[in-house]
Design a protein around this ligand. Structure first.
Ligand SMILES: Cc1cc2nc3c(=O)[nH]c(=O)nc-3n(C[C@H](O)[C@H](O)[C@H](O)COP(=O)(O)OP(=O)(O)OC[C@H]3O[C@@H](n4cnc5c(N)ncnc54)[C@H](O)[C@@H]3O)c2cc1C
Length: 420
């Protein structure tokens, strides 16, 4: 960011909002709600207008939300709007194999009955979650939503930060939060570099209707080109996240619906009976991108802007919602103590809380993807033995279930379902 200090004595600027949030995707609205409900004035700016984001065909993803993320959504008033459309995730089955071979004899099976808290999490479709965020923001005092406006510049001033929109409007706040996704312009304009690489894989995503019930079981099949996740949705429906080498994914995606299903069937198997496509098909190129710092002068990064990771473990949004809980708690407590919420001291607390954890998680998804997305017989043997051990030792299994439910580590209050 530019600092216009030029030797003159600068007065503290008058700010219009406590917090400016760039990005009204998923993490931006969650943060806005957490902060506004604690009495802060927030402005959320998104380049896309609300009508586009509320369109049911805008994004085909369904999110495996950990129990802790569900608690945050309940605490900020969003859960009631999606609860009847959310599918509890009761079990996870992980297998290793080839398309058409069926699962290998080595597999891991995790059951929510191993923990007392309830389901490990819930599957929620983007079309419901995004709309619920936007509708809840409209009901809460203290949030200004600016849609169809792109942030093109940002400047740190004495006591505040100014952003400029593409129509020339300027807005001021005490702190700027970049929730603007994997290619965060907010981070780039602040001079924050990123570490990462493309995977050469693309995720094919769609909803599938099937004849037999899924019983709330999520499946992860590891196959040499990449993992296939089959995630239970309400009714006899599942969402798939099917990773293939990008050139192969492009060929598959160019097929008509029947030919696409023909390629999917041997990978999917017949355990859910006959399968049909439901709705549109989507593709997402996969990469790893971690910001080298989560904070800068009067700036914090949250969600994919801080850490975009492989969807292999379905953890990207869950990690973002942990950032939301941690940053909201850090800023709210600092304000209560009379501290400047944009000061380096305060923002550094957020970075200390989240950066190491998230970088470790992102790297773990990277290692997992490399370990499982190949056909090396030695690696296969090693990972099958590993899966057999984890699946057979009750304490390891229980730890995994608690991890999947997001109940481990230093949990922000909102993720414990408690107000800040
Ligand atoms: C195939 C796939 C499956 C996944 N499944 C799961 C899962 O099961 N569970 C899970 O936890 N996670 C999952 N994830 C990860 C999850 O989708 C992301 O972590 C999440 O969508 C990130 O949300 P975000 O709000 O941080 O960013 P985004 O959703 O990218 O939002 C960024 C917003 O910023 C706006 N913006 C950008 N630049 C500007 C600007 N200059 N001015 C104004 N606005 C701007 C954009 O318009 C956009 O609305 C998955 C990811 C993929 C690819």
């Amino acid at each position: 960011m530019d600092n216009p200090e030029d030797g003159r004595i600068l007065r503290h600027m008058m700010v219009e909002h406590d917090i400016l949030i760039v990005g009204g995707g998923l993490n931006g609205p969650a943060l806005a709600l957490a902060l506004a409900q604690a009495g802060h004035s927030v402005c959320v700016i998104d380049a896309l207008n609300e009508k586009v984001r509320k369109n049911a065909a805008f994004d085909g993803r369904s999110y495996a939300l950990a129990l802790a993320s569900q608690r945050l959504l309940a605490a900020i008033g969003v859960w009631d709007k999606v609860a009847d459309k959310a599918q509890p995730m009761l079990e996870i089955k992980v297998t290793d194999g080839h398309a058409g071979d069926g699962p290998s004899p080595f597999f891991m099976h995790f059951d929510h009955a191993e923990i007392e808290e309830g389901p490990m999490g819930y599957l929620v479709e983007d079309r419901h979650l995004r709309r619920a965020f936007l509708d809840t923001m409209a009901e809460v005092d203290g949030i200004t939503q600016l849609d169809g406006k792109t942030v093109v510049a940002q400047t740190v001033n004495q006591g505040g930060v100014t952003v400029t929109l593409d129509d020339g409007t300027t807005l001021t706040g005490k702190v700027l939060v970049g929730c603007d996704g994997r290619r965060s312009g907010t981070a780039e304009r602040a001079g924050i570099k990123r570490t990462g690489w493309a995977y050469g894989q693309t995720a094919l995503v769609c909803a599938i209707a099937h004849d037999l019930p899924h019983h709330g079981i999520a499946h992860q099949f590891f196959m040499p080109p990449g993992p296939l996740a089959i995630l239970p949705l309400t009714g006899n429906r599942s969402s798939i996240v099917w990773s293939e080498r990008t050139d192969v994914a492009e060929q598959i995606n160019a097929l008509d619906d029947q030919a696409y299903l023909q390629v999917l069937r041997p990978r999917f198997g017949d355990f859910l009976g006959e399968i049909r496509l439901e709705g549109q098909r989507f593709t997402y190129p996969l990469d790893l991108t971690i910001a080298n710092s989560f904070v800068a002068d009067r700036l914090a990064l949250v969600g994919d802007a801080a850490h975009g990771m492989h969807p292999i473990a379905g953890q990207g949004l869950n990690a973002g919602l942990r950032d939301v809980g941690a940053l909201a708690e850090t800023l709210v407590l600092a304000a209560r103590r009379g501290e400047d919420i944009g000061s380096q001291l305060v923002l550094e607390r957020y970075q200390q809380w989240r950066r190491f954890d998230t970088a470790t998680l992102a790297m773990a998804t990277d290692v997992f993807n490399r370990l499982f997305s190949n056909d090396n017989p030695l690696l296969r043997l090693g990972r099958d033995i590993g899966m057999g051990v984890v699946g057979a030792v009750p304490r390891l299994r229980r730890n995994f279930v608690r991890e999947a439910a997001g109940l481990t580590g230093d949990l922000p209050k909102l993720l414990q379902g408690r107000p800040i």
